[in-house]
Ligand binder design. Structure first.
Ligand code: ARG
Length: 581
């Protein structure tokens, strides 16, 4: 157990039990980082009221029973009754040394849960826009982190692969020809294909043979299960998959074809979903459409908002599919916790779907559902990022530009490396910068997409963190040493050493927190702080030229732990760790 906060919590709790009786032994001792010591226990303040005694008296009683001699070198009551706790240097060093042998780097074991994780979810025959970039990158970081915490993460890529646009898309596919260069666009620039179909559809007049009419008939054949239509639909989906996988590979995202569970997956369940809602009296026909009016959702003038599950023409929609999805995830995937990494504007949709699913008995009390809301990515003009002409930005072009810009920086900083190594690093840095920019801000806030800022070598950026780990590699290279052999005793005497070691102990607790709160930016913030502690450490503590052999071995061991924490942390964010920088 390397987490100081946890260790101190337990110790203070047993003091509480001893001082005030067993019923106080599970009181939260409120251990917080302190300005005057490493931590402070604030429990006495709340307890004073409960006990009808003065806070300082309560603190004194806690102190009498507090047994922390092996962990703390200073314990004192301050202010109105805080207990300030200063850790012992040998304890910190010993805990840091233990991380060297711990593959989980101090990450606590959690009770294993089945977690369907809905993320990325681009739409077939459409460009993945920067919004999808963000749901993909944040979702993947959560998948990696929850997996590292030991959970059974079930990736669910809920792609938009069904619906009325497929009528026009299939007709357009037939017109341009299945083997035409236009069709090929679906794997490189799907928006161009989509827009061409859309333009024809919008321009087409009324006659029976008009494009729009054919497109509408095609929708009916698709829904009716016509074999040839389904074949054409599968072709569109297949070409889009090629495109999605290109983006995923370029991004280093863990999604594969096995994780695809698009909207069409649930087609066969939709009629049943509606029937069950109707027979349970949850859904009612209103203006020809089958609607649910879940409790607590009202619009203007208190009018209940409908969740439409079957349109008046008999068609099902996005909400019906998501209801079937919830039922499937609970019944078939045995979900304990269902997570949706989706744009913030869909918040109401999910709330209504879950409320309906709870009413229908498909979502038991014990199953938690969370919408990890994704904020917008803005351009320099403060509006949603688009190209100059107003079209959605081509994701591939964006990634290519990131790599190109990184290549210029690498060429400048490392002219000594051969072209192949430079290109490999440029890829890692360019992609890492884009992903990290997404992950370093709270997922539900907006941020401005700015290449210069995300590629900067200083500040809270991907390249800064990548550099921090590359610098440790280079220290070992310079010393002609193998990192796996840096296993000496750690001792901390300098302040900067102490601060670095203490920071390393925070890794596990932060990872656990990211898993609980679903906020990858907390890990980014932590890694940034760690990199800063390293910088301060180098300033005061020479490693290869340390005064004594023992000091040198200790520092080598310390930075090798830091290296592993940085690389593991970056990996949980899905950011690669270049050999050189
Ligand atoms: N395809 C949708 C979009 O692009 C996102 C789907 C999210 N997942 C879900 N279960 N509804 O907005």
């Amino acid at each position: 157990m390397a987490d100081p906060q946890e260790v101190l919590s337990r110790r203070v709790q047993s003091a509480l039990g001893a001082a005030f009786g067993p019923e106080f032994a599970d009181t939260d001792p409120v251990i917080r980082p302190s300005q005057f010591a490493d931590y402070q226990a604030n429990a006495a303040l709340a307890l004073a009221k409960r006990l009808g005694r003065k806070p300082r008296e309560v603190s004194a009683a806690i102190m009498e029973h507090l047994d922390v001699a092996d962990v703390c070198r200073d314990v004192e009551v301050s202010g109105p009754g805080f207990i300030n706790l200063t850790l012992r240097e040998d304890w910190i060093a010993d805990q840091a040394r233990r991380l060297l042998d711990d593959p989980r780097l101090g990450t606590p074991a959690q009770e294993v849960r089945n977690i369907p994780l809905d993320y990325s979810a681009p739409n077939v025959a459409k460009e993945m826009h920067v919004g999808h970039l963000r749901t993909t990158v944040v979702g993947d970081a959560l998948a990696r982190t929850l997996g590292f915490l030991g959970h059974n993460v079930i990736r669910q890529n809920h792609i938009g692969d069904w619906g009325t646009p497929f009528g026009m898309l299939i007709e357009h596919l037939l017109e341009v020809g299945e083997d035409s260069p236009e069709t090929d666009l679906l794997t490189t620039d799907p928006n161009a294909f989509y827009q061409a179909a859309r333009t024809k559809f919008d321009a087409s007049g009324p006659g029976q043979d008009e494009f729009a009419a054919r497109a509408r008939r095609r929708v009916v054949s698709l829904q009716g299960g016509d074999e040839e239509t389904l074949r054409l639909w599968r072709e569109l989906v297949g070409l889009s998959k090629v495109y999605f996988n290109k983006v995923y590979t370029e991004l280093g995202v863990t999604l594969t074809d096995d994780d695809l569970a698009g909207e069409s997956t649930y087609n066969a369940m939709l009629a049943d979903v509606c029937e069950e809602l109707e027979s349970k009296g949850i859904a009612e026909v209103s203006d020809g459409a089958l609607c649910v009016f879940p409790e607590g959702f009202t619009g203007r003038e208190g009018k209940p908002i409908p969740l439409i599950v079957r349109k008046s023409d008999g068609g099902y929609g996005y909400a019906t599919t998501d209801l079937a999805t919830v039922r499937y995830r609970v019944e078939e995937l045995k979900a304990d916790r269902i997570l949706y990494v989706v744009g913030a504007p869909q918040a109401l949709h999910f709330k209504m779907v879950w409320a309906t699913a709870r009413e229908a008995g498909w979502l038991p009390e014990g199953v938690e559902t969370t919408h990890v809301q994704i904020g917008n990515v803005l351009g320099n003009d403060g509006k949603i990022l688009r190209t100059r002409s107003g079209a959605p930005v081509r994701l591939m072009a964006l990634l290519d530009e990131a790599i190109e810009r990184a290549a210029a920086v690498v060429a400048q900083n490392r002219p000594d490396l051969d072209a192949e190594s430079q290109a490999a690093i440029a890829r890692q840095v360019g992609i890492g910068a884009v992903k990290y920019a997404d992950l370093s801000v709270a997922h539900d806030t907006e941020y401005t997409f700015d290449f210069d800022r995300m590629l900067a070598l200083t500040g809270n950026t991907g390249p800064y963190l990548q550099y921090a780990q590359a610098r440790i590699r280079s220290i070992f290279r310079k010393g002609g040493l193998d990192m796996s052999e840096a296993r000496g005793e750690i001792s901390v005497s300098e302040d900067a050493e102490r601060a670095l070691a203490l920071k390393l102990l925070e890794f596990g607790p932060v990872v656990a927190q990211v898993g609980d709160l679903l906020q990858p930016h907390r890990l980014s913030t932590y890694l940034f702080e760690l990199a800063q502690s390293l910088t301060a450490f180098y300033e005061h503590c020479p490693v290869l030229t340390a005064g004594t052999r023992a000091e040198r071995d200790s520092r080598l061991a310390l930075i090798s732990v830091a290296f592993r924490v940085l690389v593991q942390g970056l990996d949980l964010l899905g950011v690669e760790a270049p050999e050189h920088m």
